[in-house]
Design a protein around this ligand. Structure first.
Ligand SMILES: CC(C)(COP(=O)(O)OP(=O)(O)OC[C@H]1O[C@@H](n2cnc3c(N)ncnc32)[C@H](O)[C@@H]1OP(=O)(O)O)[C@@H](O)C(=O)NCCC(=O)NCCS
Length: 174
């Protein structure tokens, strides 16, 4: 377990940091399974300072940055009130992103980011937390299973021209 870390709310000034962390982690995680063109197209659509700035301006999309000795190393982001048809529940929240740089994975930090996200979703009044995960992302699936998520359905996830299947996982927040 890494000891000197902190999780804090992301603010507008963190837009470039989140864009960088998101793009780097996505690249590290998925560059082996998609073409450079598809990866570049996806990253251009999903990450960039202006994109994250707009997201952070939306109160329904709060994010938290994890820092190790002051160095941003991961983040998590919720989409409050967003749902897929297979997600039941009165007041759902999506865990849209939970990303840690590869160099700091498997040290318990993902679990800390998850605990914070669950707490924040609960504080907002969510009764279910859900997420989409690529069906072959074995590491993330093991992590989510350990965090108490179960499968509820699937949806299509597109990286550039590449069509993948994401599993929808849910965790009740009683
Ligand atoms: C998924 C992710 C957030 C998990 O964070 P992490 O810090 O690596 O995970 P933790 O160390 O907190 O692991 C908690 C538990 O989850 C399970 N787990 C985590 N990573 C695992 C792996 N690679 N293989 C098997 N089990 C794993 C274990 O049960 C682990 O507990 P243990 O270490 O006591 O055995 C992180 O690895 C990550 O950002 N990966 C790349 C991006 C990604 O795929 N994000 C999810 C997209 S949907």
């Amino acid at each position: 377990m890494v000891s000197a870390f902190a999780i804090r709310s992301a603010v507008q000034e963190d837009a470039a940091t989140l864009a960088d962390l998101g793009a780097r982690t996505f690249r590290e995680t998925f560059e082996a399974i998609c073409s450079p063109e598809d990866l570049a197209a996806f990253l251009a659509e999903a990450y960039g300072e202006a994109i994250q700035r707009a997201e952070l301006a939306d109160p329904a999309r709060p994010a938290w940055v994890l820092e190790i000795e002051g160095v941003p190393s991961g983040f998590a982001q919720l989409r409050l009130g967003h749902r897929e048809p297979c997600v039941s529940g009165r007041r759902p929240a999506e865990l849209q992103r939970i990303y840690l740089l590869r160099a700091v994975q498997r040290g318990g930090l993902g679990a800390a980011l998850m605990e914070n996200a669950v707490e924040r979703a609960r504080a907002w009044g969510a009764d279910v937390l859900w997420l989409g995960v690529w069906e072959n992302n074995v590491k993330a699936l093991a992590f989510y299973s350990r965090c108490g998520f179960r499968e509820a359905g699937d949806h299509v996830f597109q990286i550039g021209q590449q069509i993948d299947r994401d599993l929808i996982l849910v965790k009740d927040l009683p």
